[in-house]
Design a protein. Sequence first.
Length: 78
Amino acid sequence: MWENAYYGDYDNSDTDETKIRRHIPVPCRTCEAVLRKLTVTLYYCATCHQGFCNEHGNFAGPGRGRCIHCGPHPAASS
Ligand SMILES: [Zn+2]
Ligand SMILES: [Zn+2]
């Protein structure tokens, strides 16, 4: 399923959002930075344009949402 995934660093000139819009999965940047774990995702944050898994963002619908850094935190954490 992830054979066309991009495993590189976040690229400002070709953001994770842009890649996901081309159906290229990217690593969750929070898993990568905090947990040193690779979680490939097709969700991106509409604010910072980075990829996030569904544990690290709030996603109302497919693809697009807001990561824990930019968006309202999930009710469970408050
Ligand atoms: Zn994650
Ligand atoms: Zn964000």
